[in-house]
Design a protein around this ligand. Structure first.
Ligand SMILES: *[C@@H]1O[C@H](CO)[C@@H](O)[C@H](O)[C@H]1NC(C)=O
Ligand SMILES: *[C@@H]1O[C@H](CO)[C@@H](O)[C@H](O)[C@H]1NC(C)=O
Ligand SMILES: *[C@@H]1O[C@H](CO)[C@@H](O)[C@H](O)[C@H]1NC(C)=O
Length: 615
């Protein structure tokens, strides 16, 4: 993970680069920082490349990487497969070498589209006088852009913030629509002075071009003149519908379904080859993401420290990641489980709680599934204001993992956040990182994830609670499971109103927008700690496999909550030896961690969040 920055300007008047932006970028890549400027006289253009490197594996390779021909690469990515990278080799260098062999756009696209793994990059081709950039198919790495008409400058950066240079427009996320190319000699828009962005879209059947509101003002995105596209790294979503639409049951109130019933339902499902196949591709996805890390060096002093952590709620998605990480992380190394909780305002007595339940629920947009009694301990068992739902399921999950592998040291890191700390951190950091996203939901998830990823909290060992700071640079997160396996309650609603057809359409739409909804934001938030988010459920092979299955193989929403959604994954969890966690219903992070309860409960998740505005 790195922070990359590229300022392309067509005016010889130098604008000072924003020092603060520099600072924020170097938080993403604290291990090495370098700038490089390329200037061309006729016609005039200047490119400032700035790279901030977080050292993950191989030898530390400073960037920008410049080859003998004068080409310059900024690479914020990981090659997990597709292009061979030997264990002692560095993927930045491998990428630079591959790209420097390319002459034509078609050659360059063929290199870029072979990479399996997350990336954002910028590449200057000296002889061709052009600048290439883009984000991977899912948008797993952040890249923002902005055009400043006065300075005649286009900026690309991993993270923006709110202090954009005067005269410039707000930051926008570079749409993960494909790869972009700017012809530095000719690529200006007549009249506006903006930049013409040639698009090489992913071949997904859509129109391919980013919509104009996502393109910086004055600039224009056009289809490339050759009509070239990038082959999609995954097969298209299987839209097949069952021959007979199963009767859609009226949804029974989930609280009426007791755990033993769910158990029976799950047990009664036949374990098909699909369960094992999914576990196999997921396991491989986790392996690629946890091996060859700095902590693996056989240095005794290091084995005490985890090199891998899991953003951990104890729910099924994170439990599966932890169980699979256990297979691939060296036996002597601990695994950190990061569990975040926001202080409950006033611990309620049982009586207050039951009267409260009758009140109309304020969250209209996303129902709060924590009100389900399924698997959530009774209020009377709550002893600490930090015993939020995710803390309780997290502890239960820890016990399951300990049973699964008693030899492993599992560090269950309790991250407790008070309101004061939340407010301060939002103001000082999260506000800038979430940008350009701005909703109540972005605020809640952004803040919760920032604290969880920092990994500072307490660990209890042999009855002693001690302060703990997780050193793991790799963070596994479960994002993508719900979007692909129908985990959200809106999927159930959609299924009830429009059957499998509606459900399949919903799923297709969600994977398409995950880059702009979640991934850029999550990357900016997590990387702020000099750590790297990795998403096994969004591994190309995992998505490819899940896309190939008809929807009814992945979920059966005629079954109750806690078993029907993500059914295939739940069966997979059983096959891995997991216990009650396999039957937990989905609980969104903002509710599970109780951050949503800390704030104005009358707002909707999709409202603009006032707390994110400048203070
Ligand atoms: C290459 O080096 C950079 C910086 O040292 C590091 O972040 C990256 O993980 C390395 N990649 C590989 C494949 O070694
Ligand atoms: C960088 O972060 C600081 C807070 O640490 C913030 O004040 C500043 O606005 C950020 N810089 C940019 C360019 O966003
Ligand atoms: C953190 O929260 C847990 C409850 O989940 C509590 O037991 C613990 O004492 C808290 N730690 C601190 C330092 O407040």
């Amino acid at each position: 993970m790195c922070g990359i920055f590229c300022l392309l300007s067509f005016s010889p008047v130098e604008s000072p680069t924003d020092q603060r932006l520099h600072q924020n970028l170097s938080r993403r890549g604290p291990d090495s920082t370098q700038d490089l400027t390329v200037t061309h006289a006729h016609p005039f253009y200047r490119c400032l490349f700035s790279a901030h490197v977080l050292h993950m594996r191989g030898a530390l390779t400073p960037q920008p990487e410049r080859d003998a021909a004068g080409n310059v690469l900024l690479w914020n990515g990981e090659i997990f497969s597709g292009i061979a990278v030997a264990p002692e080799e560095n993927d930045t260098r491998v990428m630079a070498r591959q790209l420097s062999l390319c002459d034509t756009p078609a050659e360059l696209l063929s290199v870029v589209s072979r990479v399996r793994g997350p990336w954002a990059f910028a590449y200057y081709q000296q002889a061709q006088h052009c600048l290439w950039f883009g984000r991977d198919f899912f948008g797993r790495r952040s890249l923002l852009w902005q055009f400043d008409a006065e300075a005649e400058a286009l900026t690309l950066t991993s993270v923006g913030g709110d202090c954009s240079p005067t005269g410039a427009d707000p930051w926008l996320e570079v749409p993960a629509a494909g790869v972009y190319r700017i012809d530095l000699k000719a690529g200006r828009v007549a009249g506006t002075g903006g930049v013409t962005l040639e698009v090489y879209p992913w071949a997904t059947g859509g129109c391919g071009l980013p919509s104009p509101e996502n393109v910086p003002s004055n600039c224009v995105a056009t289809m490339n003149q050759w009509g070239l596209v990038l082959p999609s790294p995954v097969s298209p979503l299987n839209m097949l519908l069952p021959e007979v639409e199963v009767g859609v049951l009226p949804s029974s109130p989930p609280s009426s379904v007791v755990a033993t019933d769910l158990e029976e339902v799950l047990a009664s499902r036949e374990r098909t080859g699909e369960v094992d196949h999914l576990n196999a591709v997921l396991s491989e996805a986790v392996r690629r993401r946890v091996q060859a890390l700095p902590g693996d060096i056989r240095d005794q002093s290091l084995t005490d420290h985890a090199s891998v952590a899991v953003l951990f709620s104890g729910g099924i998605d994170s439990m599966i990641l932890a169980a699979l990480a256990d297979r691939h992380v060296p036996a002597g190394q601990p695994i950190d489980l990061l569990n975040v909780a926001f202080k409950l305002q006033e611990p309620k007595t049982q009586k207050q709680q039951s009267t409260k339940k009758k009140k109309k629920k304020p969250e209209t947009d996303q129902n709060d599934p924590t009100t389900d009694s399924t698997n959530v301990p009774k209020v009377s068992e709550i002893s600490s204001p930090f015993d939020v739902p995710d803390r309780l399921t997290g502890r239960a999950g820890l016990l399951e993992l300990q049973a699964l592998n008693p030899e492993r040291r599992w560090n269950f890191v309790e991250v407790n956040v008070t309101q004061e700390e939340l407010q301060r951190t939002r103001r000082e950091r999260v506000r800038h990182l979430v940008q350009p996203l701005d909703t109540v939901l972005d605020d809640s998830i952004g803040c919760a994830m920032w604290f969880a990823a920092r990994g500072e909290g307490f660990v209890t060992q042999d009855g002693d609670r001690t302060p703990f700071s997780s050193p793991a640079k790799v963070l596994l997160t479960g994002i993508g499971a719900d979007e692909q396996l129908a985990g959200y309650s809106r999927h159930r609603v959609r299924f009830q109103t429009s059957g499998h057809q509606g459900l399949v359409q919903e799923l297709g739409m969600e994977l398409g927008r995950i880059s702009s909804r979640n991934l850029g934001r999550d990357d900016r938030i997590i990387a702020d700690h000099g750590k790297e988010a990795r998403f096994p459920y969004l591994d190309e092979d995992v998505v490819d496999y899940l896309n190939s299955l008809p929807v009814w193989r992945k979920a059966d929403l005629s079954l109750p909550r806690g078993v029907g959604e993500k059914l295939l994954l739940r069966q997979g969890a059983r096959a891995l030896g997991l216990g009650p966690s396999a039957l937990l219903p989905k609980r969104a992070m903002q509710f599970g961690s109780r951050i949503a309860k800390m704030e104005n409960s009358h707002e909707r998740a999709s409202d603009r969040c006032n707390r994110l505005l400048s203070a």
